[in-house]
Design a protein. Structure first.
Length: 294
């Protein structure tokens, strides 16, 4: 015997009410997370428009009387060095890192993903195991090595590893993508007389564009924000990157120009933000097709 028709509508209405309540709670939670994430950015923007003596200890998020003196002082430089020098140095290191990572890591990934050779799985496992090795363990031997080679105070220590495929994360990312490419492409290319280099350059590499752009974004951001590497290997201020240039706002008497420091920090965010916005679509595509498969 069927239930009365009148009892179906309250059940449906209750279900719809629960869905609306769940959707409302989800949006409120998402907005709360968004506020927490954006708060530091809003604070930096507001602090860059305040006088230096009103930045620390002030509870006011945005100034009522904004000023531009902090940005105007950046044009005068720091200790006689224009800030454009720091930005050009960081740009050189970041772009060099991107080129090195894309070439060396894609070449290593092709070998692991498309070439069968003895010990391939063991070597790949050992490479992934290097992700568990703390970077600080290698600092002393690497510094001694570069010091013996008289490469301190150059950009070679910051870029050499990028051209030797030492970043296992990027190799793993590209291997996962290349493994999903059809093997028939390689076989057809070999029938046409192509070797491994030709297959890698003309077939595999163009198809790996999402993974390459994803790796380029991460490599650029990590190199641009790197502080420890330049701090160890660079000694002359005219070779400093942006991260070290920010340190120069604090003098030997521990008196800091907080206004100039925060203004330069905000300016340093712009290249990374523009680089990310230009390739964010490829970042999502690359992470979805290579990082979550395999």
């Amino acid at each position: 015997m069927s239930a009365p028709a009148g009892t179906a509508r309250p059940a449906r209405a209750g279900t719809a009410g629960h869905r609306r309540l769940g959707s409302l709670l989800w949006h409120v939670g998402a907005l709360a997370v968004l506020v927490v994430v954006l708060y530091p950015v809003i604070w930096v923007v507001g602090a860059s428009l305040k006088p230096g003596d009103k930045i620390v200890g002030s509870l006011q998020l945005l100034p009522t009387d904004p000023i531009t003196d902090n940005f105007e002082r950046l044009a005068d430089g720091i200790a006689g060095i224009g800030i454009h020098t720091f930005f050009l140095n960081s740009l050189f290191v970041a772009l060099g890192s991107v080129v090195g990572v894309l070439f060396s890591c894609s070449l290593a990934a092709y070998a692991f993903a498309r070439i069968r050779f003895a010990g391939r799985n063991v070597l790949f496992t050992l490479m992934i195991g290097t992700l568990l090795l703390p970077v600080h363990v290698l600092l002393v031997p690497q510094y001694v090595l570069f010091q013996k080679m008289e490469l301190i105070n150059t950009y070679v220590p910051l870029l050499l590893g990028k051209f030797l495929a030492v970043d296992a994360f990027f190799v793993f990312l590209m291997v996962q993508f290349m493994r999903n490419l059809p093997r028939e492409l390689d076989e057809a290319a070999r029938i046409d007389g192509c070797g491994h280099w030709r297959i890698y350059w003309t077939i595999v590499l163009p198809l790996c564009r999402p993974a390459l752009i994803t790796s380029a974004i991460f490599a650029f951001i990590w190199a641009w924000n790197d502080f420890l590497g330049p701090l160890l290997y660079l000694n002359e201020p005219d070779k400093y990157t942006v991260s070290l240039g920010l340190k120069m706002f604090m003098d030997q008497d521990s008196l800091a120009d907080y206004g100039g420091m925060i203004a330069m920090s905000l300016a340093a965010l712009l290249p990374v933000l523009l680089f990310f916005l230009a390739f964010q679509r490829h970042l999502v595509e690359g992470a979805a097709t290579s990082g979550l498969k395999g």
